[in-house]
Design a protein around this ligand. Structure first.
Ligand code: NAP
Length: 315
């Protein structure tokens, strides 16, 4: 299977490429960069080869600024874009990043028309919409990383709070990858027991934990300048699920056409069944009253931001 990473000299791009190189299912990896970064990604690929030799992994890693090398990719991960700096919101970088994502999506459609596009560039829900429209691909083939990472963060916090193995925590964050994310507390379970039945001692400050998840990315950025390992492993989770046709239910930013709360024509984080053809099904979910209200609010905000960005692009 062949995976290409665009924006590979960036912190998320190179970390994702490294995680993907370790995955058995990936035997061809292409690191795509602008011309100015070619030396850097060549260095990255040589360094990765050394690491793969230590792990007994045989893989082909190509560094390139020639878009023809995208040819026949199974998955293309777009991480190119201006990142958020400390104190910046994801929507401040929307218009410059939309131009970059639109251009690369058109290039992917030209050189690798049967691939799946995984968008990582922020604000990811808006960028997923841009990539979908610019590529002209079917909506099952274009989706974004965002709430899967937020869900992993919430999972971690709950595991720490209860001092329980992280695999026992089943939870999900949907909506926007941003301030308007919606943690599905009503359906969160621990070892198969609903949180409301489990947390009977009342020690859990769910509201505080949700605030921490919303600010988790900014918290890391303020300390070390960017997030890397979290997004990289979350990307690898999604790509693996696709390439191994695993049919797992993961939360990705997907184009909605009325499947949940009748929301249409916007990309939002929702649970989907993922397999070799990308999104096989958007899972229709029932939420409590507060969650439904918050989800609809997220949809309105992302839609408004998407319209503003699309107006600037002339697609
Ligand atoms: P970074 O280190 O600055 O890397 C971004 C890369 O984008 C650059 O190395 C460059 O790659 C490319 N790039 C920059 N300006 C460009 C331009 N004008 N035209 C074309 N390509 C350009 O940033 P990062 O920390 O890796 O973050 C990358 C993106 O992922 C950001 O938008 C960030 O907000 C987002 N992100 C999303 C999530 C999520 O969960 N969805 C999580 C973390 C980060 P080349 O030089 O190799 O071309």
């Amino acid at each position: 299977m062949k995976v290409s990473v665009i924006g590979a000299s960036g912190r998320v791009g190179k970390a994702a490429a490294f995680c993907l190189a370790e995955e058995n299912v990936v035997n061809k990896l292409v690191l795509i960069s602008r011309k100015d970064s070619i030396e850097k990604i060549e260095g990255e690929s040589l360094d990765m080869y050394d690491a793969m030799a230590a792990k007994d992994i045989r893989i082909s890693i190509k560094s390139s600024c020639n878009m023809e090398d995208l040819h026949d990719s199974d998955v293309v991960v777009i991480t190119a874009g201006v990142p958020r700096r400390a104190g910046m919101s994801r929507s401040e970088i929307a218009i410059p990043n939309a131009k970059i994502v639109a251009e690369y999506s058109r290039i992917v459609a030209e050189h690798s028309p049967h691939s799946i596009i995984l968008v990582v560039t922020n604000p990811v829900d808006v960028m997923t919409y841009v990539a979908l429209k610019a590529s002209g691909f079917d909506r099952n083939k274009v989706f974004g990383l965002g709430n899967h990472l937020d869900s992993l963060r919430l999972r971690n916090m709950l595991a720490k709070h209860f001092n329980i193995h992280v695999s026992e925590i089943h939870t999900r964050v949907i909506g926007e990858h941003g301030d308007h994310m919606v943690p599905l507390v009503s359906s969160t379970s621990i070892g198969g027991i609903l949180l409301k039945n489990y947390a009977l001692d009342g020690t859990i400050d769910m509201e505080g934990m949700v605030k921490k998840v919303i600010n988790a990315g900014s918290y890391v950025i303020n300390k070390k300048g960017s997030t890397e390992y979290g997004p990289a492993y979350a990307i690898a989770n999604i790509v693996n699920t696709i390439l191994n046709d695993e049919k797992k239910i993961l939360t990705v930013s997907a184009y909605l056409d009325g499947e949940i709360e009748d929301i249409k024509d916007v990309c939002l984080g929702v649970p989907v069944k993922l397999g070799i053809n990308g999104i096989e099904r958007i899972i229709p979910i029932k939420m409590n009253e507060n969650e439904t209200k918050a989800f609809k609010n997220a949809a309105n905000i992302v839609k408004m931001n998407t319209e503003r960005v699309m107006d600037s692009l002339e697609i």
